[in-house]
Design a protein around this ligand. Structure first.
Ligand SMILES: Nc1ncnc2c1ncn2[C@@H]1O[C@H](COP(=O)(O)OP(=O)(O)OP(=O)(O)O)[C@@H](O)[C@H]1O
Length: 269
């Protein structure tokens, strides 16, 4: 049911806007694709510190990629570099073999740890996204209803978005981000401050997005969540990729000492 509603709610016709104002319009961008995303010799430093240094990292279509690692390992920076929110200081990020462009940007969306909602009603938040991506007024009403139902927010359509609970705001941010089915959805700790029930609702939404073919790249500290969602794991330590493995391998027999220690609950950097 969720899959069908997602497919209905994420048309292949007009475009959408995500929380980062990224949008998707499959017609407008023609054959352009965001995938694979390939980071080559990417580095980022600030305050005289070398924060991220990624020699090579390839993100393919398919099951979600989850980025794990201790606090300060560079997970959020890496996600932002991958999404093009941060410019690399050296090296390159390619999307389907091409550099970042307006067309590529239209195919990606991102949801942040702290939900970003506009100072207007819940329905108007979704409407804003749909309008910005060119959905005609005839379709918007139906699409808003579909998306709010997906986010379990149908009864809150007229409520001010900023009066929603944290979990509800995050669901609103997520349905807005997927309004027009981005090819790639970046999620930066989307459930970090949510209780198990809200976390479950967000995970159901994520699974629905995955089921309709969106590539999810997610940062989380929740190991249970990583096990439930990940197809593969990128484990970062001190701004470097310490390990890249299928999720089952990573959790059952991590290849690196640092990941093994991390999974054992030891303090690692
Ligand atoms: N603009 C900046 N200037 C200086 N240092 C920065 C800047 N942005 C990030 N950092 C530092 O870079 C490191 C990596 O930050 P990042 O947010 O990517 O870590 P993270 O792995 O996501 O951590 P956490 O799990 O705690 O969220 C941290 O030590 C952080 O303080």
């Amino acid at each position: 049911m969720l899959d069908r509603r997602l497919a209905d709610a994420s048309p292949d016709e007009p475009p959408a806007v995500g929380v980062s104002q990224a949008a998707t319009d499959r017609r407008a961008v023609g054959g352009t694709t965001s995938l694979p995303i390939v980071m080559t010799d990417v580095s980022y430093s600030a305050g005289g510190r070398d924060l991220v240094r990624i020699e090579g990292l390839r993100i393919e279509a398919g099951e979600p990629t989850v980025i794990l690692g201790p606090n300060g390992a560079g997970k959020s920076l890496t996600l932002r570099l991958m999404h093009g929110l941060l410019e690399t200081q050296s090296g390159s990020v390619a999307y389907g073999g091409e550099p970042m462009s307006a067309a590529i940007r239209l195919r990606q969306a991102m949801v942040f740890q702290r939900p970003v909602v506009l100072r207007r009603s819940v329905a108007a938040n979704v409407d804003f996204a749909l309008k910005a991506c060119g959905v005609g007024w005839r379709d918007r009403k139906r699409r808003i209803a579909d998306l709010l139902a997906l986010g379990d927010l149908a009864d809150k359509a007229r409520q001010r978005a900023r009066s929603l609970s944290g979990g509800e705001q995050q669901r609103l941010a997520l349905v807005r981000a997927i309004a027009c089915r981005p090819e790639v959805l970046f999620l930066d700790e989307p459930t970090s401050s949510l209780d198990p029930t809200s976390t479950r609702k967000i995970e159901d939404l994520i699974q629905g997005v995955v089921a309709v073919g969106t590539k999810v790249v997610m940062v989380t500290h929740d190991m249970g969540q990583a096990r439930r969602i990940a197809g593969d794991i990128v484990f970062l330590s001190r701004g470097r990729v310490a390990e890249r493995s299928p999720a089952d391998d990573f959790f059952d027999r991590p290849a690196s000492k640092v990941a093994e220690a991390f999974l054992a609950g030891e303090l690692v950097e």
